[in-house]
Design a binder for this molecule. Structure first.
Ligand SMILES: [Fe+2]
Length: 377
């Protein structure tokens, strides 16, 4: 047994209808809350009103920040943090998909420190912990509800950046699968592929632990079985429950292991080609697995075979992954989305210094990153 670190401080309330427990769960907080959400979907689905009513009945005053866009930018975080400071906010309720939750976390950190989010993106250590967070996810993908990470976008750099802080785990996450039934088919698939990418990468990370292995293995099985079923019928609650559990387990896995080369290489293609995050990561995974199969490392080869086995073909994991993507209506190559060979050198260059590389199996020079992109075209 090698040494490892495992930390999971988030209280989870899981199950259909569990949003009804929000009011009781936060009633003891008493302080003013900032609700952080996207511009439309929580309002349209009625969830925003439900949450506002829950806070009211707990006699908690709330302020709304509903300006989070997909792939939240640094300026959105700055605006939200400014509002939190002006209104003397003491805790944050994040409602929505991964973008809303990541924004809630970054706003909580920035507001508590009265500083510029860019400092944390550049690696500065915050002096104070973030404001306490409660989250209600409405998609099943990022696992942001159980991680200490927030990913924010800097359009000027054409890239996304992860911020990690051990205090950025939400205190409470309410996981109500009924809240995910309004996701359109494409969002269900793209977010599900993010959960799958997290689980696959977790099994290969040098930071893996017995806990992350257990979470990741179960998550892959759940996605393989349930993503096709929710794609067919978005109102199928057992399938939605399985996907929400899968995303949460995969999130718990990467809370230990972080993410690997496919995530690092996905960021520029998401920003530049507008390919959704989960899809972008998954498009790079087969070539990543191909390269790992060629390594002279029995453990890594066994892990790749295990991943293939969980996806229905232990002898050819890359092919199993591409076949699974096709089975849920996703073209499995970057070329299908207009990604050009002429652009990838720039993307590879901007990925060379990222921390994902050092915890991935094998060596990752500029040429290796280029090769991974090229194999994925
Ligand atoms: Fe991800």
């Amino acid at each position: 047994m090698t040494s490892f670190t495992h930390h999971m401080p988030t209280r989870l309330i899981f199950g259909p209808g569990s949003i009804d427990r929000l009011s009781d769960e936060v009633a003891s907080i008493r302080h003013r809350c900032l609700i952080v959400t996207g511009r439309r979907s929580a309002r349209l689905s009625g969830l925003l009103e439900t949450a506002q009513d829950a806070l009211l009945s707990a006699q908690i005053e709330s302020v709304l920040f509903d300006q989070v866009e997909p792939n939240p930018t640094l300026s959105t975080i700055t605006d939200g943090a400014k509002l939190a400071q002006e209104k003397q906010i003491k805790w944050i309720l994040g409602i929505g998909g991964g973008s809303a939750l990541d924004a809630a976390k970054a706003i909580a950190l920035t507001a508590a420190n009265g500083s510029d989010i860019k400092e944390f993106v550049c690696g500065a250590r915050p002096a104070r912990p973030p404001l306490p967070l409660v989250v209600v996810p409405t998609t099943s993908g990022t696992g942001s509800e159980v991680t200490p990470y927030s990913v924010v976008t800097d359009p000027a750099e054409c890239d996304k950046f992860g911020i990690s802080n051990p205090h950025m785990f939400p205190r409470l996450a309410i996981l109500d699968p009924e809240l995910t039934t309004s996701m359109p088919e494409k969002v269900s698939v793209d977010t599900g592929l993010d959960a799958l990418s997290h689980a696959v990468e977790a099994l290969l990370s040098s930071l893996r632990s017995p806990f992350s292995d257990m979470y990741a293995t179960e998550a892959i099985e759940l996605v393989f079985k349930s993503l096709p079923s929710v794609r067919e019928d978005g109102s199928f609650i057992p399938g939605r429950s399985s996907m929400q559990l899968a995303a949460c387990l995969a999130g718990m896995a990467i809370a230990d292991t972080r993410t690997l080369v496919p995530h690092a290489l996905s960021y520029p293609i998401t920003v530049f080609y507008d390919i959704p995050h989960g899809r972008a990561c998954c498009l790079l995974l087969p070539a990543f697995l191909e390269r790992l199969s060629d390594l002279d490392d029995e453990f890594v080869q066994a892990r790749v075979a295990k991943i293939g086995g969980l996806l229905g073909n232990k002898d050819d994991a890359p092919d199993a992954l591409r076949a699974f993507m096709e089975s849920v209506g996703v073209a499995p190559r970057l070329g299908a989305y207009g990604v050009q060979d002429s652009e990838i050198e720039r993307f590879a260059k901007q990925s060379t210094g990222k921390g994902h590389l050092g915890i991935s199996p094998g060596e990752w020079s500029m040429e290796d990153l280029l090769d991974l992109y090229r194999r994925s075209l």
